[in-house]
Ligand binder design. Structure first.
Ligand SMILES: Nc1ncnc2c1ncn2[C@@H]1O[C@H](COP(=O)(O)OP(=O)(O)OP(=O)(O)O)[C@@H](O)[C@H]1O
Length: 696
C-alpha cells in the first residue's frame, strides 16, 4: 500500500468513526425523546381527570412537537446510514490565492457531513459552490463562485474513490483522465432497475448545464445517450440545493412521456437525497385542463395509427394543428365569434328601462368567462343598475325575465361546436375528424387554446415554479405555446430531434426557442450509453456529424438475415436464452409497432420464454426480458437489444428511420438486428470494424 493509499484509508476510517459517533448521539437523543414522550403520555393518562382542557391541549402540542423533532432526527439518522456506505467519491486540494491560507483538502460526496465535535466539514455536498471545481478543473489554476464572490487559487491534487459499504474499493491518483477512467468503468457496468445517479463522473459540459442557476428556460438538445435526462434530474437536485429557501420539491413538475419512463427515473432524486417531485403525463394534464369533459385519442394511439397505414390526410391534419399559424387563426376566429356573440336590446319592467348599450358594454366587460357566468354577471350588473338608478329591487319573476332576456341576447356555443366551427370558418372542415366521439390527439391542444381564449381554463398547477419537460421533440409548437401560457415559470426542456416518433407533429430546439422567448439553447454531443461499435452502427442509420461516441469498445452489432419469418422467433428465443446465461440484467426486443410487439410476445410465451410486454398502460420499468416498441423504449436503456423484422418492407419511411435509430440506441453493450427478407436500406451494409476512428 502506498503512502497516499495509507493516508486515504486512515482518512476514511476517521470519517466513518465520526459518522458513527454522530449516529450514536442521534440514537441516544431519539431514545431520550421516546422516553419523554412515553412519560408525558402516561402522565396525561394518570392525571386526565384533574387536568382542564387547556392543560391537555398544551401537553398534546408538546407531544406533537417532540414527535416532529423525532422525525427530523430519524431523517438525519437515515442520511448518516446512507453516508456511511459511501461518504465521498472525490478529493481535491485547493489553495486560495488571495488569503495565503494553507491548502485545504476538499472531499466531495452526495451530501455534506460535518463533524459535530470539531465543527469541521468532512464532506462537501457535490452541489456546494466549492465542489464545482472537482468537475471543472484538472491540476492547475482554478476558481469558483462563492456566495461572497469569486475565489481563485490552485488545484494541487485530485483523487477519485469508489467506497462501497464503508470499504474503499479503489482510489485513483490525479491524472488528466482521472474522471474518464472511472467513467469507462461506470459505463461498462450492467443496467440497473432504474436510472442511477452520476454524481461521481459528471462531465464538464454537463456540469455547466446542471449548475446554470440563471437561465430562465433551458432547452437541452442532446444526442442519444448524452445524459440529458440524468443531467436534467441532477439539475433539479442542484436547484433545490441552491435555492433551498424559495424552492421545494413540491414546486417542481415533470411532464414525462409515460408511466414506465416516470418509474425508470423515479429513483434518481431520492438517491440524491431529495424528495420525489410531481410528475404528470401530457394527456392527464390536457384532460385536467379540459375539465375531464372530452374523450380523445392518446399520442400512443396516434403514433400507432400512423405506423399502420400511410394516411396523407392524417399527416396533413397533424401538421396543420402543430403549426403556430393555427393559433393566429384561432385568435382571429375568437374575435369573429365575439363580434357575433351578442345582439343587445333594451329591457324594461314597468317604467324602468335598461338600455341596449348598457348590456353591450357589460357583456364586453366580462369577456373570457364561461357562458353561464358571463350571463350571470350581466344580469347582476343590470339589477344593480336598476337598484341604484330607480331605487327599486327586482321581484323574483322580474329577475327571471331579465335573465331570460340576457340569455336571448347572447349566442350560446358549446366549446366543442366552437372548435368544430373553427375549421368551417377557416374553409377547411376536412381538418376536423373526430372518430367514435373521440377527438384526434392533434386536436387536444388547439382545443385547450381555444378554451383559454373563450372561457379560461382551471389550472390547478399554477403554483409550479420549475417545469421539466423530457422528450421535447414529441410536442408541437402549439403545445409549447399553450404550456408557456399555463406555466409562467422557469423550465428545463430536453430532447433530441432525431428521436422524434412523429415527424409531422414534433419540434426542434430552434422551433421551441421561437415559442419560448426567454429560452437559452445548449447542446450535448457526446454520447455515453452505447459502445463505440453500437454508436457507429446507429450513425449509419441516422448520420450526425456532431455526435461524438464514447471510446468504449464492445462486440460489433450483428445483422442476421433469415430466410423465413418463422425463423425470427427461433432466433429471438436463442438470443433470449443466451441472455439468460449472461451476467447482463436486461434484454429488450424492440418492435416497430405495438401489434408486432404483441405477436412477438405471444410467440415467445408459446416457447416458454418469460418476457414482459410493455404497452401504453404499463406502469413500471423492470429488468429481465422486455418486449416493447421504439415509442415506449424511448428514454430507456438495456444491456442488450434485439430489433426483429428490420426488413426493407418494415422500415422504409423517414419516421421508420427514426424509430430504428431509437431502438438501436437503447443498447448499452450488445445489439442484434434481424431481417427475414431484404434488410432495411437504413441499415449499414457491413458492421464497422472496432477501430477508434473519430471516437472522442
Ligand atoms: N457523466 C456521466 N457519468 C456516468 N454515466 C453517464 C454520464 N452521462 C451519461 N451517462 C450515462 O449514459 C446513459 C444515458 O443517459 P441518459 O439516459 O440520461 O441520456 P439521454 O441523453 O437522456 O438519452 P436518450 O435521449 O438516448 O434517451 C445513462 O446510463 C447514464 O447513466
Amino acid at each position: 500500500m502506498s503512502a497516499a493509499e495509507r493516508e486515504e484509508h486512515e482518512r476514511l476510517d476517521a470519517c466513518l468513526r465520526s459518522i458513527d459517533e454522530n449516529s450514536h448521539r442521534i440514537a441516544s437523543r431519539l431514545n431520550a425523546y421516546s422516553q419523554d414522550i412515553r412519560a408525558s403520555k402516561s402522565h396525561m393518562w394518570e392525571a386526565r381527570r384533574d387536568m382542564d382542557h387547556i392543560e391537555k391541549i398544551a401537553i398534546k402540542q408538546a407531544l406533537d412537537q417532540k414527535s416532529r423533532q423525532g422525525e427530523v432526527l430519524k431523517e438525519q439518522q437515515e442520511k448518516l446510514r446512507k453516508l456511511r456506505r459511501s461518504p465521498y467519491f472525490g478529493r481535491f486540494d485547493f489553495s486560495r490565492r488571495a488569503s495565503g491560507r494553507e491548502k485545504e483538502a476538499i472531499y466531495v460526496g452526495v451530501h455534506d457531513f460535518r463533524d459535530e465535535n470539531s465543527g469541521r466539514t468532512l464532506v462537501h455536498d457535490w452541489r456546494a459552490p466549492i465542489s464545482g471545481m472537482f468537475y471543472d478543473y484538472e491540476i492547475g489554476p482554478a476558481r469558483y463562485e462563492a456566495p461572497a464572490g469569486e475565489v481563485e487559487g490552485e488545484l494541487e491534487l485530485k483523487r477519485q474513490f469508489r467506497i462501497r459499504d464503508g470499504r474503499m474499493e479503489f482510489m485513483l491518483e490525479s491524472g488528466v483522465n482521472i474522471v474518464d477512467d472511472v467513467l469507462q468503468e461506470e459505463l461498462s457496468r450492467s443496467s440497473d432497475e432504474g436510472m442511477r445517479n452520476i454524481v461521481a463522473t459528471i462531465q464538464r459540459d454537463q456540469n455547466a448545464i446542471i449548475r446554470d442557476g440563471d437561465a430562465h428556460t433551458l432547452i437541452i438538445q442532446g444526442v442519444a445517450g448524452s445524459g440529458k435526462t440524468s443531467i436534467a434530474l441532477h439539475r433539479i437536485a442542484f436547484l433545490l440545493y441552491r435555492f433551498k429557501d424559495t424552492l421545494t420539491s413540491d414546486d417542481i413538475l415533470i411532464i414525462s412521456p409515460n408511466r414506465v419512463f416516470a418509474d425508470y427515473i423515479g429513483n434518481v432524486l431520492p438517491e440524491l437525497g431529495e424528495e420525489q417531485v410531481g410528475e404528470i403525463g401530457i394527456e392527464t394534464l390536457a384532460d385536467e385542463l379540459l375539465g375531464h369533459k372530452y374523450r380523445f385519442q392518446t399520442f400512443f394511439e396516434q403514433t400507432s395509427l400512423m405506423l399502420e397505414k400511410e394516411d396523407e390526410a392524417l399527416k396533413e391534419r397533424i401538421a396543420a394543428k402543430a403549426s403556430l399559424d393555427l393559433l393566429k387563426q384561432i385568435d382571429a376566429y375568437v374575435e369573429h365569434l365575439e363580434a357575433s356573440s351578442f345582439s343587445a336590446d333594451q329591457w324594461r319592467t314597468a317604467r324602468r328601462i335598461v338600455p341596449d348599450w348598457f348590456f353591450e358594454e357589460t357583456w364586453r366587460k366580462y369577456r373570457g368567462l364561461p357562458f353561464g357566468e358571463r350571463v350571470a354577471e350581466v344580469v347582476k350588473a343590470a339589477e344593480h343598475k336598476i337598484g341604484i338608478y330607480y331605487n327599486y329591487d327586482l321581484r323574483t319573476d322580474e329577475r327571471r325575465s331579465l335573465r331570460g332576456a340576457v340569455k336571448g341576447m347572447a349566442r350560446k356555443t358549446t366549446l366543442r361546436d366552437a372548435y368544430k366551427g373553427l375549421f368551417e370558418w377557416m374553409g377547411r372542415p376536412d381538418l376536423f375528424r373526430p372518430s367514435g366521439g373521440k377527438l384526434e390527439y392533434a386536436d387536444v391542444f388547439p382545443l385547450i387554446y381555444l378554451k383559454m381564449r373563450l372561457e379560461g381554463v382551471d389550472n390547478s398547477r399554477k403554483g409550479v415554479k420549475h417545469l421539466l419537460i423530457d422528450e421535447m421533440q414529441d410536442y408541437t409548437p402549439v403545445q409549447y405555446a399553450v404550456i408557456d401560457k399555463l406555466f409562467n415559470c422557469r423550465k428545463t426542456i430536453l430532447g433530441d430531434a432525431t428521436q422524434s416518433v412523429n415527424p409531422h407533429g414534433s419540434s426542434s430546439s430552434e422551433q421551441i426557442q421561437k415559442v419560448l422567448r426567454a429560452a437559452t439553447r445548449v447542446k450535448l454531443n457526446k454520447s455515453y450509453r452505447s459502445t463505440w461499435e453500437i454508436m457507429q452502427f446507429a450513425l449509419a442509420i441516422s448520420p450526425n456529424e456532431e455526435l461524438v461516441p464514447m471510446r468504449r469498445h464492445g462486440e460489433p452489432p450483428e445483422i442476421v438475415t433469415l430466410k423465413r419469418p418463422a425463423e425470427v422467433i427461433e432466433h429471438v428465443a436463442r438470443l433470449a436464452s443466451d441472455f439468460e446465461a449472461s451476467p447482463h440484467q436486461s434484454l429488450a426486443i424492440i418492435a416497430k409497432a405495438q401489434k408486432q410487439a404483441k405477436k412477438l410476445h405471444q410467440a415467445l410465451d408459446d416457447q416458454g420464454i418469460d418476457a414482459n410486454l410493455l404497452d401504453e398502460r404499463s406502469a413500471g420499468f423492470s429488468t429481465g426480458i422486455v418486449v416493447c416498441t421504439s415509442h415506449l423504449a424511448k428514454g430507456l436503456e438495456f444491456d442488450r437489444v434485439v430489433v426483429p423484422d428490420a426488413d426493407a418492407a418494415n422500415y422504409k419511411t423517414e419516421m421508420d428511420r427514426n424509430l430504428l435509430y431509437v431502438a438501436c440506441t437503447r443498447a448499452m453493450h450488445r445489439l442484434t438486428v434481424l431481417a427475414s427478407g431484404q434488410p432495411s436500406p437504413f441499415l449499414p451494409d457491413q458492421v464497422a470494424p472496432a477501430t477508434d476512428g473519430r471516437a472522442g
